[in-house]
Design a protein around this ligand. Sequence first.
Ligand SMILES: [Zn+2]
Ligand SMILES: [Zn+2]
Length: 177
Amino acid sequence: MSDPFIKAYLNISQPDWSKKIAPKVLAYMEKEEKRKQKIRSAFILIGSILLCGVILLFSSCAMTPARAEEIRLSKHFKQSEFACQCCGKTKVNIQLIIALKKLREKVKVPIIITSGYRCPLHNKEVGGAKYSQHCLGNAVDIKIKGYTPAQVARLAKECGFTWTKVYSSWTHIDIRI
Ligand SMILES: [Zn+2]
Ligand SMILES: [Zn+2]
């Protein structure tokens, strides 16, 4: 018993110790015990909250993928390949994907898309036609290693593309009706 208050009480030797002093000491000790209990409870509560926070943080980290998964439009084409080069907006006609898929299966090598969707602003910037099929998500400009732009155009027609235009190093292909 290190508390000076209690020590003082215990040091007093009086005949009525058990009647008068002891209840006071006991009451004091009880009060002290309750105070300590409160502190312990508070520590346990704070500890639990912190532990829960740490668990939540770890689990949310574990569940969040390192980076957003690329959206695949088909086995060989990702949505990002069709995105407008100025703003990243994307609009792709499903018929364009179907025809590109056929072309990919035919050539069996990667198709490099040099231009996909173009927002009206970007289309103006690159000097595209006013009613460009690129702005409708109907067109792509492509390159295929091992094939000349003219060869690409011919193969594209066989795969369902309705319009092609051969340039010096690429081919414009689209599915206009
Ligand atoms: Zn844009
Ligand atoms: Zn084009």
